[in-house]
Design a protein. Structure first.
Length: 330
């Protein structure tokens, strides 16, 4: 089956001008995701995952600025749409579940008011119709007694219930693409599992693409079809989840996977060193100071993409050197 992307991000760069200089939070990011598929976007804190999501929806505020790139959705570039048209795209075509679930809902408005506001902002419907649809959304995300929940305020709901409300709001206009930024942060393990199962069910029901931003590699392994590994504002490896996790080609991906706690291992394996300051990124590979495989060539220009296999590539001069022979393309 051919891969037809519903969302394609090309050479996206978002910088922040500060008194100390320019912070390159996102620097030449490329990826794509197909309808009905899930892309996991992973990396350490501060690598640019959330800024990438906000850039796609053009929600970057000063001193941040989207400097270059293209974000293609259904044949048009979101970065070049007039502001009024872009407001119509948000929510209807592409939606975002924000990372801070505890503060994303308005504490002085009922759940019903906030849900119906989202519907009213895009469609001309009666109050009764909007409330009916809002109740259906709450039922769709697995909340019991949706009519009762609509009369409640956010502080009356648990963290898991609030997260379901946020997902319901994001799905209120049935978008083609859903970006979920750390959708299970601050939730206990049982509720995390329930939320992820619900997201998968809704994806199958609505046929939407999902971009799942998370630190949890276990969640990516269970939920995603493909994974993009991000480091210092750029993608360093991209490919099918099983291939990337079973045979990681970039040294950073390997280090990230080794750092995951395992029952079979008594000690944690940290990634040595610190991520680079995005204010002064080097001309060479940003992972060089932390890389156990760095060679002389790594101190020159940044590496281009090396194809590892179908749909699997890594930006590393030494991408092949630690791969098993059977995993190498060609």
């Amino acid at each position: 089956m051919s891969f037809v992307p519903v969302l394609k991000v090309h050479n996206l760069s978002t910088h922040f001008q500060t008194r100390h200089g320019v912070i390159k939070a996102v620097d030449g990011v490329h990826f794509m995701v197909a309808a009905g598929k899930t892309l996991g976007l992973v990396g350490e804190s501060g690598c640019g995952k959330s800024v990438t999501a906000l850039s796609i929806l053009r929600l970057i505020e000063p001193p941040g600025k989207i400097c270059s790139g293209e974000v293609w959705l259904n044949g048009y570039d979101l970065l070049r749409l007039p502001a009024k048209q872009m407001r119509q795209v948000r929510g209807r075509e592409i939606a975002l579940v924000f990372q801070e679930l505890m503060t994303s809902l308005n504490p002085v408005l009922t759940i019903g008011t906030q849900l119906t506001e989202t519907i009213f902002s895009h469609e001309e419907v009666s109050q009764a119709e909007a409330r009916r649809r809002a109740a259906e959304l709450l039922a769709m995300v697995g909340l019991s007694d949706p009519e009762g929940q609509m009369r409640r305020y956010p502080f009356q709901l648990s963290g898991g219930m609030r997260q379901r409300v946020m997902i319901a709001m994001a799905l209120s206009l049935r978008p083609k693409v859903l970006i979920a930024d750390e959708p299970t942060t601050a939730l206990d393990v049982t509720v995390q599992a329930q939320i992820l199962v619900e997201l998968k069910r809704l994806q199958e029901e609505l046929g939407m693409a999902i971009i799942l931003i998370t630190h949890d590699l276990g969640v990516v392994a269970a939920m995603a079809d493909e994974v993009a590994v991000m480091y210092a504002g750029t993608i360093v490896e991209f490919g099918p989840v099983a291939e990337v996790f079973d045979c990681p080609a970039h040294p950073y991906t390997r280090s990230l996977l080794r750092s995951v706690p395992r029952l079979s291992r008594e000690e944690l394996v940290p990634i040595e060193g610190q991520p680079p300051a995005l204010l002064n990124l080097p001309a060479h590979c940003a992972f060089l100071p932390r890389c156990p495989q760095a060679g002389a060539e790594c101190r020159g220009d940044k590496p281009g993409w090396r194809e590892i296999g179908p749909g699997h590539a890594a930006a590393c001069y030494r991408a092949f050197q630690s791969l098993p022979e059977e995993a190498r393309c060609g």
